[in-house]
Design a binder for this molecule. Structure first.
Ligand SMILES: [Zn+2]
Length: 173
């Protein structure tokens, strides 16, 4: 925790935010000055500034940003989703996840769009429900795993081509 860091304060719940996802490494919440509707910030829970200070953690955060992006796409139905990291106003590592709509192309140089607290909340709820659904499926997958491992893989028939190459390798060897 770094004093006066707004993202550290969100992690500690000292500053309110529309949080849509959280785990041991990452926290994702809606940007209150978004460039497009549903724009999210995926921040590290641990305070650091630059991506190369902790590549392993940065990589985990990218994984989470991709999931948040996928859930934004599923729940808000934008044309596409774009991702960026750049040294911005808040010096606490984060990835910006922007939904791209026909009339809202979220470029950093564009002004934030106007959005009410109520609308932010309703967007967050939509993304949250997509994430909750995904988390449920993740848990199921883990539970089902031992069963899957017991399954024997069906033996593959060798194709004529494989046999040809095997013979050839034997000839050469
Ligand atoms: Zn911080």
């Amino acid at each position: 925790m770094v004093d006066e860091c707004i993202f550290c304060k969100i992690v500690l719940r000292e500053t309110p935010a529309e949080i849509v996802y959280e785990d041991n490494d990452a926290i994702a919440f809606l940007d209150i000055n978004p460039r497009s509707k549903g724009m999210c910030i995926v921040a590290s829970k641990k305070h650091f500034i630059n991506f190369d200070e902790n590549i392993e953690l940065t990589s985990k955060l990218f994984d989470k940003a991709l999931i948040v992006g996928e859930k934004i796409k599923k729940s808000l139905n934008p044309l596409s989703v774009s991702f960026s990291i750049m040294p911005a106003q808040v010096p606490h590592f984060h990835i910006r996840v922007y939904p791209v709509y026909k009339d809202q192309v979220p470029l950093f140089e564009n002004k934030p769009i106007e959005i009410s607290k109520e609308e932010l909340n309703s967007l967050a709820n939509k993304i949250r429900s997509a994430i909750v659904e995904w988390k449920g499926r993740q848990t199921k997958k883990v539970e089902e795993k031992p069963k899957e491992e017991k399954k024997e893989e069906p033996k593959k028939e060798r194709s004529e081509e494989d046999v040809y190459w095997m013979k050839r390798e034997m000839d050469v060897g």
